[in-house]
Design a protein around this ligand. Structure first.
Ligand code: SD4
Length: 301
């Protein structure tokens, strides 16, 4: 059977990532290759302050990256708190393909990357360093709703966030990738939802795939992406599944849920997609053979 390939990504900057993924998908390549190639675009972009190179550092000035990848065979790989490597998604893929493990963290992940031909680079750009030093003056750790609201930071507003990408190739196979520098000015060693299989990303080739963005702690608490996929298994549409996961977060702590952003993005095995967020402002990008567009997700508030 020949399927219509499709790539969807979190946020409006997912558009360039989708365009890159499309090169693979439109030429009969695999969803796995497509998602890896796609998310490498924001990873390498110094102007994206929440993914890869140019990502905002932790409160001690270290850029630490989280990424994971999952394919149609339920294989998965992840790196957490990885420093100095521009493309954590490619290291995550190697963890999946070359090791008996799923996750490598910190120093061990770095050693593995270096042993496999990756090069050590400085990921802290002058702009990110300036933003960090500015933040240090007050050192208030208050994640703001949607990062584009960080107007107080030098160089702002920052209309960027974690990238999660889901793709279906011409064979109808699903894969996903998620990569981020995490919450800006986080505690040293903090890991969010993005590299955690089931939280920031989950792919079940029989059912569908989901990814998350926003305050990772709240996504982890409900194992968000896995929940979305399980709800699709029960017959929920992708959007209804994303909405139910958002409602789960609200029901756990309504007061807190009002003050943070979390967004889910999902696609089922038919290529039907949908999204839902706690707050206004969550966008996602779609690319298939017919169109390329940026969509506004509906939200609770
Ligand atoms: C995290 N979910 O590290 C990621 C980052 C993100 O808005 O999406 N920030 O928690």
């Amino acid at each position: 059977i020949k399927n219509d390939p499709i790539a969807i990504s979190t946020w409006d900057f997912g558009r360039e990532a989708n365009a890159e993924a499309w090169k693979t998908l439109s030429s009969g390549g695999s969803a796995l290759d497509a998602v890896e190639a796609g998310v490498k675009i924001p990873e390498a972009d110094p102007n994206n302050n929440t993914v890869g190179y140019g990502g905002f550092p932790d409160r001690e000035g270290h850029v630490t990256l989280d990424a994971c990848i999952m394919d149609e065979q339920y294989r998965c790989g992840s790196v957490m708190c990885l420093e100095h490597i521009k493309h954590p998604i490619s290291v995550a893929r190697l963890v999946m393909e070359k090791t008996p493990h799923v996750m490598l963290v910190g120093e061990g992940a770095l050693q593995f990357a270096l042993a496999n031909g990756f090069h050590k680079e400085n990921l802290l750009t002058p702009e990110s360093e300036k933003a960090w030093k500015e933040w240090l003056k007050e050192s208030k750790y208050e994640p703001v709703i949607n990062i584009e609201n960080q107007q107080h930071l030098p160089g702002g507003p920052y209309n960027h966030d974690t990238i999660g990408m889901l793709a279906m190739d011409a064979k109808g196979q699903l894969s996903g990738a998620c990569t981020t520098s995490g919450m800006a000015f986080k505690m040293r060693g903090r890991v969010g939802d993005s590299p955690i299989i089931g939280a920031g990303l989950y792919v079940d080739n029989a059912i569908g795939a989901a990814t998350a963005t926003g305050v990772g702690e709240e996504v982890i608490r409900i194992v968000g992406s896995f929940l979305v996929v399980e709800l699709m298994r029960q017959g929920y549409t992708p959007k209804a599944a994303c909405k139910a996961a958002v409602e789960r977060i609200v029901s756990r702590n309504p007061a807190k849920a009002k003050t943070i952003q979390v967004g889910f993005l999902a696609m089922n095995k038919k290529g039907v997609y949908g999204a839902y967020a706690l707050q206004k402002g969550f966008t996602y990008s779609v690319k298939n053979g017919k169109e390329e567009k940026i969509m506004k997700a509906e939200s609770k508030w």
